[in-house]
Design a protein around this ligand. Sequence first.
Ligand SMILES: [Zn+2]
Ligand SMILES: [Zn+2]
Length: 224
Amino acid sequence: MNNVILVGYITVPESELEEVKKALPTHIANTHNEPGCIEFNVIQHVTEPNRFDVFEQFTNEVAFAKHQRNVENSTWDALTKNVKRHYTKLKLSDLIGGCHCGKIRYQLTAYPFDGDFCHCRDCQKITGAPTSAWMDIKKSQLNWQQGEPTEYASSQAIRRGFCASCGSTLSYRSIEHDNYISLAITTLDNPNLMSPNYHIYGEQQVSWLQLTDSCKKYPRQRIV
Ligand SMILES: [Zn+2]
Ligand SMILES: [Zn+2]
């Protein structure tokens, strides 16, 4: 659980975009070969070509520090001097959260693989908020450390978990996809450790909510 994770994105100036794109595969391959590198992804954004989403995971602080030193001495570092970096650094053990009253506590053993804003009427009614932000994980990567949510069937296949004591919304799952569960991002003790990647049910978004993020918006479910 001492894994170090760096998550965020870089923005590349237009004039340097081609050169950076050309050098990127080598930078990724070199990093994958470093001892202690678990994951290293740099992926061009779907709607913003100058943005590259970054996810790095190393076994511990030492491996991460070595990686940073390697980068400082590499051609990649010289090439990306004008690139703007927006990162959050965290430890896997920081991914803990719970309900408002504290009777339910959980811990994640992996970084969520995706996340979204949902504007559907069910989420609005159940959470009382104009939109909900969910993070997706494998059930096997979630430990309920204390208590467990009570579930409500909001439709035939959907189960929504809440704290029976304080009413906090915690989870969302489909009985048709039994290996996965979503948790409300804002139940993390530090809700800034994860951010949604896209919007769903945009057609039900309340008219008075103005959003300026660059995440892709789907009118209903995501079409992959
Ligand atoms: Zn509670
Ligand atoms: Zn929803």
